[in-house]
Ligand binder design. Structure first.
Ligand code: MG
Length: 258
């Protein structure tokens, strides 16, 4: 199903998007050396509840996971990249942490992810990976707009990742979003321009380039949820929810204006 939002719904989507961005920024600030992933999850829960929003994750039970997720945020460290299940782990200097958050507020969902390095030790290869996903995300957003096609976004994202030298996994990518977190159309992180669904004003998309340093293959952790790189190499992920407008594409997961 592909949803096209009304202008009223789009205003609500902007509120949800900013809420997701605000929570991610607050959690990033608190994610320091020694912070436990379970504390990040508890803080996320408290912030979501305080804002009258509902987690998209806590009851999420897709075919590729083991039962309901049961947590409020995805926390992926180092070789973990997607669906990182919060667990009893204290962050160390130089860890590459990805926080991925999706909530619904007033009936509209938003989804975003950030990767960053904890502490003062900044491994250059990790910095480069994060930069590549951020640049790919920006390129994907720049390619989006009314009349453009999904393949234009996929091609823009994939071109940045490939030119930076990273293999691209095609099992998991971006997606439509609206009244629920995951909708059609699927947005692969690589593709051919001029192909696929034609974008229309009112469509929301979550774009999410993610990479592993030296492989496109994932393995599932013993926890039944966390996906890690098959080689143990590090991984990075950047995600925004965007809205197609009459003139282009707006990023919705930006912090609430001061
Ligand atoms: Mg997503």
């Amino acid at each position: 199903m592909i949803e096209i939002l009304s202008s009223t719904e789009l205003r609500r989507a902007r509120v949800t998007g900013s809420l997701v961005a605000d929570i991610l920024q607050a959690l990033k600030t608190r994610s320091v050396v020694g912070t436990n992933l379970l504390d990040i999850d508890r803080w996320a829960q408290a912030m979501i509840v305080q804002e009258g929003a509902v987690s998209c994750y806590v009851d999420y039970a897709p075919s590729f996971g083991r039962g309901p997720f049961g947590h409020y945020i995805c926390t992926a460290v180092n070789d973990a990249v997607l669906h990182g299940l919060p667990h009893d782990y204290r962050l160390a200097d130089g860890d590459l942490l990805t926080l991925d958050l999706a909530v619904v507020k007033d009936g509209i969902a938003a989804d975003a992810a950030i990767s960053f390095i904890v502490g003062d030790h900044k491994p250059p290869e990790s910095v480069a990976m994060i930069s590549a996903t951020e640049r790919a995300l920006a390129a994907g957003i720049a390619a989006a707009g009314p009349g453009a096609r999904i393949g234009d976004i996929s091609h823009a994202i994939g071109s940045v990742l490939s030119e930076a030298g990273y293999p691209i996994n095609t099992e998991f990518g971006g997606h439509g979003i609206g009244s629920t977190m995951h909708q059609d159309p699927h947005v692969s992180n690589t593709g051919r321009p001029g192909r696929g669904y034609v974008l229309r004003p009112g469509l929301l998309l979550a774009l999410e380039p993610w990479i592993m340093a030296d492989t496109a293959h994932l393995v599932t952790d013993a926890d039944g949820w966390t996906l890690r790189s098959a080689t143990g190499s590090r991984a990075a992920h950047s995600e925004h929810t965007i809205a197609i407008t009459d003139h282009g594409a707006d990023i919705l997961t930006v912090p609430t204006p001061a």
